[in-house]
Write a protein that binds this ligand. Sequence first.
Ligand code: NAI
Length: 460
Amino acid sequence: MDLRVAVAGLGPMGRGIARVFAVAGAAVTVVDVDAATTARGHAQLREEEDVPVSVAASVAAAVRDADLFIEAIVERFEAKRSLLAEVRATVRAAGNDKLVVATNTSSLSIGELGVAYGDPSRVVGMHFFNPPAKMRLVEVIRGARTDPEVVALAREWVAALGKTAVLCADSPNFIVNRVCRPLYYESQLLVTQGMAPPVVDAAVRGALGHRMGPLELLDFTGLHTHLGSSETALREFGDPRYRPIPLTRRLVRAGTTGRAAGQGYYDYAAGKPRDAQASVLRTSQQSEVDVRVYRAVGCTPRDVAAVTGLARQGRVVVDSSDGGWVEHLPAGVGWIRLHGGFAEVVADEVAGIEPAHDAVDALGATSVPVLALPGLVVDRLAHTMANEALTLVEEATATAEDVDLALRLGMNHPIGPLEYLTRTGPAEVLAGLRGMATHFGDPRYRPAPLLVRQAAGSRR
Ligand code: NAI
């Protein structure tokens, strides 16, 4: 790669970014305000990869002849603003008008940083994922005034690193962190509503194939970081669906911010989240019971009458996540939600619902016990994520292809949220969201207008 790159900030991100460019053959210069960090970062880079990286004594020296400047300094607007002003002054003095200025910011506006730089046409977001050496995804963010040629160059460089770029408009939380908002909010709300964290995580891993459950992941990233991006989303969108969960604030205020703190949703002194999750799973036993499974997207009076009729003839279970069943499930009928070989089994003493283990055994599914809450766990999380993903497409923040690609590469999800939507069908996802909206009465479940149109289109 024939490119001169200057990287500012030698925290984990700046170091990782410098490393991937150096490995790809670019001439890399690094600079950090802190002399000790610079020395340590430089030594680490040499040790890790033995690739040549130079250290510059000043920002001016680093950017004078560079083609690309990437800032990965602290996430504070004022710090970034004064750094960018310094870069701009050097560029002017040196006549380096080809310089592309990239920022690795997770939460600041690219347009605003462009104005801070003094020439928004040259500023682009290049949002790497942690750790940059391993993660294949880079979100390329175009500010409202970024030159299309600068965006094209950023994408070319990402490809030259052997990574995949997705294109995103200058919108809070960009793609991955935005689509995952509901995943985080709903999993925490489930805890507030009485579900144990290992149950939530085991259900998500078992049914959706995520490598980490959402609560384990929140603990890993740090609840304070999550709370920060929730506050950004709420402030910027002004939409109550993004409001943080009170439980998150309580945990952050108490200093129990996750794995690094030793405690968050899990207590790390007590054991690993994986062990806790494994302990709530139940493998099916051999069974000859004859069970009829009644699959229902909703809970209409017709569904209830049909189930009541079937129950007179033998053992029957409802396969549904609709919240209406909490009040209308006939006595003696079981309630499950099947996802291939994995089942959520409603076990709710308060609501008087016994777990239908016999049915799950007959179906040969692994299961986890869940409370009788609208959407249960899996549909609630998957449908709200699909709705958020579709909102991004509707508002032209990103294309459907890029949204799916971003979630697969950035989060290791086996399928993207929009592919999930296509497979499940917009009408079913819409019905699920409307059920949650009715039963919880919260704007978090408000369907995207595009989803309503898609569902209508699929019915015509
Ligand atoms: P960090 O806070 O650990 O490190 C920042 C480094 O920048 C420090 O070494 C500091 O001495 C240096 N610095 C501060 N002001 C400077 C200046 N004016 N000139 C040169 N160096 C300066 O940050 P981290 O975690 O490496 O993140 C850096 C950026 O990347 C932030 O904007 C963050 O939001 C973003 N980001 C972070 C991710 C993460 O998982 N940590 C993921 C993606 C983006």
